[in-house]
Design a binder for this molecule. Structure first.
Ligand code: PGA
Length: 247
């Protein structure tokens, strides 16, 4: 059985003190976990989290990466800089970045390319808005978002992870039902199968108000290989309970 991937997206939350408290508690209780756990802190805390994770089984991730290699891009962080700090994963194309920073499918696909070139696994987010779901456009929206990444990255697509995150479920407490999520995951899997023979080993995570109560059923679905967790990853007990649901 594939190990589940449980990814914490801390978003713009935390302090030096609260990060340490949260991580120490997660590390202490997740030692024997059968899941792959990844923590994505705000980039300024990456060095702190890197130190805290030494000798743990938990991997380090980032929340975004530049589409450019280096140069005059004030405020941006390149894939090779993340690599320098031993970052192994990076979230790319989160809906909050697509919406608030105007990230297009093309920009997302380029970011994926930069991450892969630096030896970092990108976790690419796709998902529909409430209006798109009501208009029955969910599958076509996520397929379009995935197609852009496949087109730019060819065979390397087998080294990418994905997260289906319906926008209406993010931070709202509303979750897709396991059946709704599985339907989208299976459409993504089919599309990946058409692009690579390794599609079955590509992780497709679910994100959007995953919590201790709904994680078990979501993670039991055939094509749900883990979770991308925002709010619930900031509370150690809740996060640990999700990790426990994953095996
Ligand atoms: P949420 O966020 O768990 O708070 O809904 C998930 C995400 O945006 O990655």
């Amino acid at each position: 059985m594939k190990k589940k991937l449980i990814v914490a997206n801390w978003k713009m939350n935390g302090t030096l003190a609260s990060n340490e408290l949260l991580l120490k508690s997660v590390i202490a209780s997740s030692e024997k976990s059968d899941a792959n756990i990844i923590i994505c802190p705000p980039s300024i805390y990456i060095p702190q989290v890197k130190e805290l994770l030494v000798n743990s089984f938990i991997s380090l991730g980032a929340q975004d990466v530049s589409a450019h290699e280096f140069g005059a891009y004030t405020g941006e962080i390149s894939a090779s800089m993340l690599r320098d700090l031993a970052v192994n994963y990076v979230i790319v194309g989160h809906s909050e970045r697509r919406k608030n920073h105007g990230e297009t499918d093309v920009a997302v696909a380029l970011k994926v390319k930069r991450a892969l070139a630096a030896g970092i696994t990108p976790i690419v987010c796709v998902g529909e808005t409430q209006e798109q779901r009501e208009a029955e456009e969910t599958i076509s929206v996520v397929k379009r978002q995935l197609a852009a990444v496949i087109q730019e990255n060819g065979d390397c697509i087998s080294e990418v992870a994905f997260a289906y995150e319906p926008l209406w479920a993010i931070g709202t407490g509303k979750t897709a039902t396991p059946e709704m999520a599985q339907e989208v995951h299976s459409a993504l899997r089919l599309q990946l199968q058409a692009a690579t023979s390794k599609a079955d080993s590509i992780p497709i995570l679910y994100g959007g108000s995953m919590n201790a109560n709904n994680a078990t059923l979501l993670l039991m679905q055939k094509d749900i290989d883990g979770g991308l967790i925002g709010g619930a990853s900031l509370k150690s007990e809740e996060f640990l309970s999700i990790i426990k649901s994953s095996f």
